[in-house]
Design a protein around this ligand. Sequence first.
Ligand SMILES: *Cc1c(COP(=O)(O)O)cnc(C)c1O
Length: 425
Amino acid sequence: MLPGSPFLHRDAAGSLHLEALELNELASRFGTPLYVYSRSAMQAAVAAYQRALAGRQHLICYAMKANANLAVLQTFAQAGCGFDIVSGGELARVLAAGGSADKVVFSGVGKTRAEMAQALEAGVRCFNVESIPELAVLDEVARAHGVRAPVSLRVNPDVDPKTHPYISTGLKGNKFGIAHSEALVTYQRAAELQSLHITGIDCHIGSQITEVSPYQDALDRVLDLVEALEAQGLSIHHLDLGGGLGITYTDETPPTPEQLLAPLLARIDARGHSQREIVLEPGRSLVGNAGVMLTEVLFLKPGEQKSFCIVDAGMNDLMRPAMYEATMGIVACQTNTEKAKTAHTWDVVGPVCESGDWLGRDRDLAVAPGDRLAVLSAGAYGMSMASNYNARGRAAEVMVEGDQARLIRERESVSDLYRLEKRWD
Ligand SMILES: *Cc1c(COP(=O)(O)O)cnc(C)c1O
C-alpha cells in the first residue's frame, strides 16, 4: 500500500508510523514542515549493497548530495561506507560527521584549486577527474603540496539511462565526464603528469534509473577502455560504477542492489576482471525511501477547474516536484478520525509565490485544515536541495530508530536567514 520503506506502516487506528514513532505525534512535537528519517531504513539499504558485494574488494561511497545531514553521514560512516563528494563543503561535513578522508572520492566538473588543496591535505582516496584542464591544474596543486594526487577519470560511456533528461549524465552532449573517444589520450596525458597517480576509472550515467540494461551497457564500455588502457601498459586498480539506482516513488519497480549487481559482477568475472576493487556511489537508493516530509494543511480552496489543498511546506522545502515534475506519494498521517473531512481531488500546493509551487497534482485525499500529510520517499534530494526562498527558514529534521526520535537539525529561525547581511547605515 505505501510505496517504499518497510519501516513505514499504518496501524489499525489509521495512524502512520515510521519505525515505532507516530508521525502525527512527531509533527505536534517538532512542528511542520518536518523531515523525518528512519535510521534503520538507511542501515538496511546499505546492508543490501554490502550483501550483494560480499566476498569482493569493494567500497560503497554514499553520494552525500542526496542528504548531507551530519547524523545521516555518521550513520553511513558507522556502517563502513565512504563518501562521494562534490565540493570542499561536503568534505568538511564528512570530517565533522566522523567519516574518514581515505574513503572519500571527489567528483564534480568544477573543482577549484582551493578545494583540490583541501582534499589533498585531508588525504582523499581519489579525485574523479572530468577534463584535461582539470588534470593539469590538479597536477600543479599536487606538486605545490609535494604529493601525488590519486586520480580516476570519469568517462562518459554515451549510454541512455532512460530517465529524466535533467538527471541523465552519461550521454554525449552532457557536461559530465570525458568522451569515450577521448578517454585513451586523456589517460596518456594523466600518466605523463608527474604529480598524478592513476588509480582507477569511473562513470556515473544518471539518476533514478530503474533498469539494469543501461548499467550493463556502461560497464561493457568501461571494461573496453580498461582493457585498452592495460594493453598500453597503464594499470587501473578500481572500477567505480557510480550511483543512480532508482527507488519506488509511486509504481516504479527498480532492481534491488542484488538484482542490479549480480549480472554486473557476473559480466566483470566473465571478462576476467574479478580481482578489481568495485566502488559504487549510491545516493538516492540509500536514503530516498528512508525519509518522509510532514506538512500541515492550512486551507482548502475548492474551485471550478482545480481544487487546492494549501499546505505549510512549499517548493523551497521540497523542490523535486517543481524542478523535475516528480511525482511523490502523499498520504494523510491520520485516517479514520471522527473529524469531518472533505474527500476530493486536490492539487497539493505550498505557500510560495510561484505557480510552480506544488507538491502533488490531482491527489484523492480526504482532508481538513490542521491535518498533517506525509510526502513519501522524501529522504533524498529533499532537505539537501531546500532553499530560503520567500524568507522561509528551512525545515527541522528528525531521525528515528525504534521508539527513539531525535532532532538532528533545528528549524531555521528568520534571524538565521539574515545573520550574514548588512544594512546600509
Ligand atoms: C549524484 C551523483 C551520484 C548519486 O546519484 P544517485 O542517483 O543519488 O544515486 C553518484 N555519483 C555522482 C558523480 C553523482 O553526481
